[in-house]
Design a binder for this molecule. Structure first.
Ligand code: NDP
Length: 258
């Protein structure tokens, strides 16, 4: 079998949190195009359903939408039950849901801090834990967390200490789970994208005007597109990455190199 065939995800079952739009949606499309059945998990049930329908229409794969808030253990557990009911197993779990709050550290309330940590770090833990339990039981699987280049650098000029700290936590959580579950055949990796043109940036009154400044700082002089994360997602989800675990893939157009 050639490498392109080996990369295919036929008969695999996957879910993507924060899959209704942006990076998660593009990952979900890629998984389905590669042959997987995919559950779109999101807070925004309507968009999740529309996205699942679009992916099913263009790929012919089975897709479902499940509403869940990743900060709630009960909702995450319910989501996992829903995926198992629909698909019978979970081969690839993308813990991707995340938010950013741009507040100067000296003005940040405990509530704001906790909100970012709850979604970006605790949400990834709850989702990975619930998926990991299923994967251990079934004899293996692949978990992919979305960290960020903000785990490696301090973005400027916008203040976002809670986001940066949460994403650094995602990388160390990823490595910890990879080691704990290495002999249980559950692989855990993360991706650390640079600036990607999604609603997280384009819908933010504060961030959108900064794009020109960021592009000037970037060696490649542009932001990334969400579809430029699709190939790594397919690779990490499937069996051709069997020796890849505990790794963080920085995909940022060399932003963090300088
Ligand atoms: P978007 O804001 O476009 O999409 C995020 C999705 O996550 C939304 O559909 C949102 O739903 C959902 N979501 C938010 N909170 C929760 C929750 N508690 N439970 C379930 N779903 C939730 O963001 P991106 O696609 O840009 O970001 C995806 C991931 O990539 C995030 O973890 C982000 O930090 C990371 N990332 C993004 C970068 C970028 O430049 N865009 C760069 C590096 C990393 P709703 O609409 O209801 O809020």
């Amino acid at each position: 079998m050639g490498i392109i065939e080996k990369l295919r995800l036929d008969n695999k079952k996957a879910f993507v949190t924060g899959g209704a739009r942006g990076i998660g949606y593009n990952i979900a499309i890629a998984l389905a195009e590669a042959g997987a059945d995919v559950a779109i998990v999101d807070m925004d049930e309507k968009t999740a359903r529309e996205s699942a329908e679009k992916i099913a229409a263009s790929t012919g794969r089975k897709t479902i939408a499940i509403r869940a808030d990743v900060t709630s253990k009960a909702e995450v557990d319910g989501m996992i039950d829903g995926v198992l009911k629909a698909f019978g197993r979970i081969d690839a779990a993308f813990c991707n849901a995340g938010i950013c709050m741009n507040i100067p550290a000296e003005e940040m309330t405990l509530e704001d801090w906790n909100k970012v940590i709850a979604i970006n770090l605790t949400g990834v833990f709850l989702t990975a834990q619930a998926a990991g339990k299923v994967m251990i039981r079934q004899g293996g699987g692949s978990i992919i967390n979305t960290a960020s280049m903000s785990a490696h650098i301090v973005n400027v000029p916008q203040p976002q200490c809670s986001y940066n700290a949460s994403k650094a936590g995602v990388i160390q959580l990823t490595k910890s789970l990879a080691v704990e579950w290495a002999l249980k055949q559950v692989r855990v990796n993360c991706i650390s994208p640079g600036y990607i043109g999604t609603d997280l940036i384009l819908n933010s009154e504060l961030l959108k005007p900064l794009i020109e400044q960021w592009n000037a700082m970037s060696p490649v002089k542009r932001m990334g597109r969400p579809e430029e994360l699709q190939a790594i997602a397919v690779y990490l989800a499937g069996d051709s990455s069997a020796f890849t675990t505990g790794s963080d893939f920085v995909i940022d157009g060399a932003f963090t190199c300088i």
